[in-house]
Design a protein around this ligand. Structure first.
Ligand code: AHG
Ligand code: MN
Ligand code: MN
Ligand code: MN
Length: 322
């Protein structure tokens, strides 16, 4: 079975990028081990501190963030990082050529129930002009990413990654510690009958999303003319993994309770990397107003509405916004 390294070479990734990716994944393997220890590692429950976004941090969020921060700072390849769990950009190495953004632990509330969680990351070039602690360099549209992916800590540890030459899924072979290519060039089916949304927020959505979901729920008798199934992992990483495996539509729309009309998910740490993976697998990713990867970020912790997955279904959803 093909190893990660040879797939990255085949896709034309430069050596330094390959080394950076391998470094990042070494950190993820450590997170995978910590996660598998569960309560035995004393990692369950909340700390008293809150992160910049006002959520109480789970201890495993903090540990995962620290692991990735330490390993990337040491590597020499990275000029700066931005993380869901850091208030500000973290300067790394003045000569580093890359910027890394990550959600160290996505779906962290699932740690309490031994359910799916993962790490989401993206990599971009560090502009020459930037000072290592300058957040402005991170304010590039997602279309500038050179690589993105996630590591899913499930029954097996899996990596989904793209360097812009398709989306490939690998499985961690714990016997030798390497990622093996188990699902080359995955394709999200264009059509689906499966949707994914936190329906408890329905009354807070905008009218188009309310109407679309009502029509999905109407099934065969409604305008869609078919019955849909619904799934919600409560970890975007788990929901997107399912989409890459068998298609579907995932939505986290904006909520009227939020005057900034942003939604919940973070552009740099969640929406952009997932949009890159989904697009490279033949799917679509939109905010409802345009392509996620074309949004020009105004600040590193910016949030955006997310609608992504099977092409035809995303198009059907967007038609309600026209
Ligand atoms: P995080 O654990 O990194 O803060 O992200 C959680 C996000 C995302 O993964 C998931 O899709 C969503 O929150 C779940 O939201 P609900 O609480 O509305 O289910
Ligand atoms: Mn969080
Ligand atoms: Mn997250
Ligand atoms: Mn997180």
């Amino acid at each position: 079975m093909k190893r990660l390294n040879s797939q990255l070479q085949q896709d034309g990734a430069p050596l330094e990028l390959i080394l950076l990716i391998r470094t990042l994944l070494a950190g993820c393997k450590e997170i995978s081990f910590r996660v598998s220890q569960g309560a035995l590692a004393g990692v369950l429950g909340s700390t008293l501190s809150e992160n910049v976004q006002g959520e109480t941090q789970k201890k495993l969020d903090v540990i995962s963030n620290q692991i990735l921060k330490d390993i990337l700072k040491e590597s020499g390849y990275v000029k700066a990082i931005s993380s869901e769990e850091e208030d500000d950009v973290v300067p790394c190495h003045p000569e580093g050529n890359y910027l890394v953004s990550f959600d160290p632990l996505d779906g962290s509330s699932n740690t309490e129930i031994n359910s799916l969680i993962g790490t989401i990351f993206s990599i971009a070039h560090a502009p020459q002009w930037m000072a290592p602690n300058d957040p402005a360099a991170f304010l590039q549209p997602g279309s500038q990413m050179v690589a993105a992916g996630y590591v899913l800590y499930g029954p097996s540890t899996m990596l989904a990654m793209t360097t812009g030459k398709g989306t490939h899924i690998y499985t961690l072979d714990k016997t030798h510690g390497g990622f093996l290519l188990t699902h080359p060039n995955v394709q999200v089916p264009e059509q689906t009958a499966e949707f994914s949304i936190n329906a408890s927020n329905q009354r807070h959505w905008e009218a188009p999303m309310q109407q679309y979901v009502n029509d999905l729920l109407a099934g065969e008798e409604g305008p869609m003319g078919k019955n849909y199934n619904m799934r919600w992992v409560a970890a975007m990483v788990g929901d997107v993994h399912r989409l890459l495996c068998r298609g579907g539509i995932f939505m986290y729309p904006y909520d009227k309770r939020d005057p900034t009309k942003a939604g919940k998910l973070r552009l740099l740490y969640e929406a952009n990397p997932m949009a890159f993976l989904i697009e490279q697998a033949g799917g679509s990713a939109s905010t409802g107003a345009g392509r996620i990867m074309e949004v020009m970020p105004e600040e590193i912790h910016q949030r955006v509405p997310v609608i992504l997955g099977s092409k035809d279904e995303v198009e059907a959803c967007l038609s309600y916004y026209d």
